[in-house]
Design a protein around this ligand. Structure first.
Ligand code: PMP
Ligand code: GLN
Length: 380
């Protein structure tokens, strides 16, 4: 196979979900909810299929969804976009990230990414011929060190690839951190690709702030989100990009030759869901916050060092208090020993050392499932 595939192998999510099935384990590995999204959303997709929404939609997405994305950005963040020129519907955020990297990275360009990084970033950068330059969010708080970010910039830097709320640490970047990112991007004239798929999953009264809302960022920012997390339909793979017209056109050019269009019957359903009342978004947050606390408290009681996340549906633990040192070995042993699956952080690092003792657990599961996992973990 081609050199660009070197080191990519099989994603940890596929490996660990297969292991969960094979061992009958509770799967707190791959991040997907174990209940479906809102009934109205499911019914709308079924109705759309019956109504014949089964052929190629327009390349940029159906007008109703593009308008709904615009309305959502206005309603939650007071950001204004033109639905015809500033929105692109993609096959999940995964395609959006890949198409954005293909659109802006030349072979040999450097892409600075927060580490630990979501694994598709590494593949997307490699496909574009770019070089990954990590800036590590370090334990115990997993904050961004702006000096490290500034030090990572070289004359070859082209893109900052940001993710907040951040998978896997749960970090929600602060206003100071976001301002620091903007200052670096503007000073060095960088493109910022910002993956905000967990925009609605922030807890304890915190709010997500899009990078695109800062001065000087509108023209250089590719903002990415997805219906998968917000509406608990990770298998639908409807994502989107917003940004300046030239930026969205560039990403569209790449996207049209990856998939051309995305999920016809899902698009009108997601359009309606984006217009759901605040009570939907509030309930999602409240529900996940209580699951977060259930899992965090339970893991802490078992002896793990727990980092309670401000956002996402993942909690990070340090396994050393239980006498383990290597997350990969721990996660390979866990299904056999306890019937639970989790994800080792190490696979999201270039330099594996800071991630070695860290393990990620998903809490987007029904409370009784989380409780069952905790009960099983007593057998460790
Ligand atoms: N970015 C991050 C940070 C994610 O965690 C995920 C989902 N696991 C994605 C992108 C992919 O989103 P989608 O399923 O919409 O492609
Ligand atoms: N984003 C989810 C996670 O981080 C699922 C990833 C995947 O299956 N590729 O677990």
């Amino acid at each position: 196979h081609a050199v660009r595939l070197d080191g990519l192998g099989t994603t940890i999510f596929a490996e660990m979900s297969a292991l969960a099935v094979a061992t009958g384990s509770v799967n707190l590995g791959q991040g997907f909810p174990d209940t479906d999204g809102p009934d109205s959303l499911l019914e709308d997709a079924i109705a759309a299929i019956r109504a014949g929404a089964n052929q190629y939609p327009p390349a940029r997405g159906i007008p109703a969804l593009r308008q709904a994305i615009v309305d959502h950005q206005k309603r939650f963040y007071d950001l204004s976009y033109d639905p015809d020129t500033q929105v692109l519907v993609t096959t999940g955020a995964t395609e959006a990230v890949a198409a954005a990297l293909l659109a802006f990275v030349e072979p040999g360009d450097e892409v600075i990414a927060l580490e630990p990084y979501y694994d598709s970033y590494a593949a997307g950068i490699a496909f574009a011929g770019g070089r990954r330059v990590p800036v590590t969010l370090r334990a115990p708080d997993y904050r961004l060190d702006l000096d490290e970010l500034r030090a990572a910039v070289t004359p070859r830097t082209k893109v900052l690839l940001i993710n907040s709320p951040h998978n896997p640490t749960g970090t929600v970047l602060t206003d100071d951190e976001l301002r620091g990112i903007c200052a670096v991007a503007i000073e060095h004239d960088l493109v910022v690709i910002t993956d905000e798929v967990y925009e609605h999953l922030v807890y304890d009264g915190l709010r997500h702030t899009p990078l695109a809302s800062y001065d000087g960022m509108a023209e250089r920012t590719v903002s990415i989100s997805s219906a998968g997390k917000t509406f608990s339909v990770t298998g639908w793979k409807i994502g989107w990009v917003t940004g300046a017209p030239e930026v969205v056109t560039a990403v569209t050019t790449a996207k049209q030759f990856l998939t051309f269009t995305s999920g016809a019957p899902f698009q009108p359903a997601v359009a309606n869901a984006l217009a759901l009342g605040n009570e939907y978004f509030d309930a999602l947050r409240a529900d996940l916050q209580s699951r977060r606390d259930l899992l965090c408290d339970g893991l802490a009681a078992l002896g793990f060092e727990v980092h309670r996340p401000a956002g996402t549906y993942f909690v990070t633990t340090d396994i050393r208090p239980l006498g383990h040192t290597d997350g990969i070995a721990f996660c390979r042993m866990l299904p056999e020993r306890a019937g639970v699956v989790a994800i080792p952080h190490q696979v999201f690092y270039d330099n594996p050392d800071p991630g070695r003792p860290l393990v990620r657990w998903a809490f987007c599961k029904q409370p009784q499932i989380l409780q069952e996992a905790l009960t099983r973990l007593q057998n460790l």
